[in-house]
Design a protein around this ligand. Structure first.
Ligand SMILES: Cc1cc2nc3c(=O)[nH]c(=O)nc-3n(C[C@H](O)[C@H](O)[C@H](O)COP(=O)(O)O)c2cc1C
Length: 194
């Protein structure tokens, strides 16, 4: 099963894998395709119909500003940061043709447990990856330092209690994707009879 086996819905699900964000090249999805992907991602189980997540698209012409945001936030937290660390922040912000930050935005006033709302945000990221694959692109869900920075979350529109679920990078792989070892099902699946 290779990454390009997408001829049936099951093949599509079986063949998805992540690419390395820094190896992704153009083309990425155009605006209409990205819109469709986000629509698919938003068809995610969501207890209470709260939509406790937000998609923040960081377009090409905002990547430099995003790099500046990460570098400034990193320096503010780590004043002694080395040049290589700073460069890594800027490189993270600029990789891949398309970047969508997914925010977990739980409704704290709701009776739906926070955990369930956060799980839904994770499921959104996964659905976005499947949608990217179905459209013929590769995706990668990354966190990294930036996902845990309150300053970055706030700059992306996050409010008190919101978190960055991940940065989903999307593009075209510049090299053949390698499969990674998958868990042996016997080690992660069992029957329970009490
Ligand atoms: C919440 C979350 C955060 C992740 N952050 C990173 C990361 O910062 N760096 C990284 O190399 N992989 C990260 N990964 C793993 C990749 O997204 C991906 O799962 C991994 O490369 C294997 O790819 P595949 O199983 O989708 O083929 C993260 C995964 C999740 C679920």
């Amino acid at each position: 099963m290779t990454f390009n086996d997408r001829s049936t819905p099951l093949d599509l699900l079986r063949s998805r894998r992540s690419g390395r964000a820094r190896d992704m090249v153009a083309p990425g999805p155009d605006a209409a395709t990205l819109h469709d992907m986000v629509g698919i991602a938003a068809r995610t189980p969501d207890h209470g119909k709260l939509a406790p997540w937000r998609f923040v698209v960081i377009p090409d012409d905002a990547r430099d500003a995003f790099a500046t945001l990460l570098v400034d936030a990193y320096r503010a937290e780590k004043p002694a940061a080395a040049r290589l660390e700073i460069e890594a922040m800027a490189q993270f912000a600029r990789q891949a043709p398309t970047l969508v930050a997914v925010l977990s935005t739980p409704k704290h006033e709701s009776h739906i447990p926070l955990w369930e709302q956060q799980l839904s945000a994770g499921a959104v990221c996964m659905n976005l990856e499947h949608a990217a694959h179905a459209h013929g692109f590769v995706a990668c869900w990354l966190s990294g330092w930036a996902a845990y920075s309150a300053a970055v979350c706030t700059a992306l529109g996050g409010r008190e209690g919101d978190r960055i679920a991940g940065f989903v990078f999307i593009g075209t792989p510049s090299r053949a994707l390698e499969e990674r070892p998958r868990p042996d099902l016997d080690s992660v699946m069992r029957e329970w009879r009490g």
